[in-house]
Design a protein around this ligand. Sequence first.
Ligand code: GLP
Length: 241
Amino acid sequence: SVNIIVTDSYEASCGEAANQLLSVIKDNPQACLGLATGGTAQGVYPYLVEAYKQQVVSYTEIRTVNLDEYIGLKPDHPQSYRHYMDTYFFDHIDINPLNTYIPSGSQLLQPEITNFSRILEIWPRDVQLLGIGVNGHIGFNEPGGVLQAGVHIATLDTATIQANARFFASEDEVPKTAITMGVGDILQAGKIVLLATGSQKAVVLKKLLTGEEVTTQVPCTLLKLHRDVTVILDRELAWQV
Ligand code: GLP
């Protein structure tokens, strides 16, 4: 029940993921999009911006909710996910900034968990874009004996900190915690589009695409519980899966 799309290249995968989001918007110009950050997702936004510039789409009535944010980074920090989203997407389109929600990593945590949970209730997502961590995390739901269903503060895995160190001056500067949707929240989106590239993702993708198990030790395997998941990967990665 997991649909798989294999493309010629990472670029083509980004175009395909963008098309999936655009077709949701075409069906419902007031749709709510669940958005993702990270190196992989970055290639999707230029296509969504281009669709606006070509007047294929308007985002005036669209709402967006992001998966997660680092704790301790102010919104204007160059590595905050708020800064990422503004830079790669929101600053270039006609969206109402009030209709974009990214959890804050620089406010009191408990009230922000409540806020985020409330937003997820009142803005049900038609589609959720996802990347995947080297350890199989989705959002910042890291492997473990248990996973959280709802919004929570996650402690980042060493593997995640190491993987994300490339965006910071040093590994020490990578935040150790993040606020994230839970896996239950992710599974509540009407449709899920997961984009992956790079051989470091092959092991966990294999567990999602060809493995039998659903296990909290590989969070992406919980996506098997959803009825409409599409995984987009390039041929180079598909070879290894
Ligand atoms: C990050 C984000 C995830 C993202 C993943 C993959 O830490 N929290 O939402 O999907 O890790 O990142 P990348 O695409 O850079 O490998």
